[in-house]
Design a protein around this ligand. Structure first.
Ligand code: ZN
Length: 365
């Protein structure tokens, strides 16, 4: 999902310095984030473990002395569901199209929540509550079994000019080449895609395989790193990314994009549907958290883009009215037996961005 190109850019380094500062000042001062052994990832995990979530504390207190081993997990699930998915303010936007009937999904969906590098638990709540607020109307009830897990992911797509050049060189494309044969160009695009999608690929490897019957929801800093934004020359800002086996199958057979996405993500056919929201871009560009996370959940549930004003699955953000879903879209959600590929403009644009990126690399030589 995209927004118009922003005038200014978020300073990504801030979170890093704040985190390192809090590492350095941890009370026991020991080897927690030590220069010798502590990777950033370990540091994140350790920090998350240092600060018990209110729900973890509550579940532990509720079940203290209980012989029932399911007491604490159940108490945690109940508390986390209330904390992240209930108690929100009601919808305040008018419907984009009041003539559209209220369709019913009528399902319960389990979520696993994640907060990326530098993202607070409160930020996750903005997205998770917004998600439930949007889908409440369609009777899709969401639950979660645990508190939002910290994860080192910062961007879904990243990479610097130096990293792209190194990968091209490793793949046998001479570092001085300024024009490529068609074969080299195809190889170069594949290599660039793999570098660019590395953070998403690694996140999926950590959390989406083997596939489970739930959806991963990750609030991260920005979908595209500032370097990638520069190099891709996209017309707008990508503020969310939703992935599922069904949506990949449905957007196949255009520009070899399925093969291309599967190669970049190195995915088996089945994986847990996963969505990313770029918290800081959304906060800066719209302040309406519901619209992006609800749209990306559409992708996670298998929906592709439509060109239909006011629909949830329009590729651009509609944030001044409440978007709608059709019965046909509800019928496409869930496990799929009939997956018909449809062309997808937004995916084509990402792939065009990859071409732009390659052109910029060659021009810079
Ligand atoms: Zn989309």
């Amino acid at each position: 999902m995209t927004m118009p190109r922003p005038a200014s850019r978020f300073l990504g380094g801030l979170c890093l310095s704040l985190l390192l500062a809090s590492c350095a000042s941890s009370s026991d001062g020991s080897d927690l984030c030590g220069l010798g052994s502590g990777s950033l990832e370990a540091c994140m995990t350790q920090l998350g473990g240092l600060l018990p979530h209110p729900c973890e504390a509550q579940a532990a207190a509720t079940c203290e002395g209980s012989a029932d081993t399911s007491c604490e997990p159940n108490a945690l699930a109940e508390c986390a569901t209330n904390y992240y998915l209930r108690g929100y303010q009601p919808e305040s936007l008018p419907p984009c199209d009041p003539s559209k009937p209220n369709v019913v999904i009528g399902q319960t969906l389990e979520l696993s929540l994640f907060r990326g590098f530098g993202i607070s638990d409160e930020a996750v709540v903005e997205h998770s509550q917004g998600l439930q607020r949007y889908y409440e109307l369609y009777q899709l009830t969401m639950e979660t079994r645990d508190v939002a897990a910290p994860d080192p992911i910062e961007n879904a797509l990243s990479g610097t000019l130096a990293e792209f050049n190194q990968a091209l060189s490793d793949a046998g494309i001479p570092p001085t080449a300024t024009s490529l044969t068609p074969e080299q160009e195809a190889l170069a695009e594949s290599v660039i895609g793999k570098v660019m999608f590395a953070p998403t690929r690694e996140f999926l490897q950590r959390h989406a395989v083997p596939a489970e019957a739930k959806v991963n929801v990750a609030a991260i800093d920005q979908i595209l790193s500032p370097d990638v934004v520069d190099l891709m020359e996209l017309d707008g800002t990508v503020v969310g990314l939703g992935l599922s086996p069904a949506v990949i199958a449905r957007t196949s057979e255009q520009d070899d994009s399925t093969q291309s996405l599967n190669t970049m993500l190195e995915l088996d056919e089945d994986f847990t549907p996963t969505l990313f929201v770029g918290h800081n871009d959304i906060a800066r560009l719209t302040g309406n958290f519901d619209v992006v996370v609800a749209h990306e959940m559409g992708h996670a549930l298998g929906l592709v883009h439509v060109d239909d004003p006011g629909n949830l699955m329009e590729p651009y953000v509609t944030d001044n009215c409440r978007t709608w879903l059709s019965q046909e879209q509800v019928d496409m959600m869930g496990p799929f037996s009939d997956v018909t590929p449809t062309p997808d403009d937004a995916l084509s644009r990402i792939l065009q961005g990859r071409k732009n990126l390659l052109r910029r690399i060659l021009e810079s030589r």
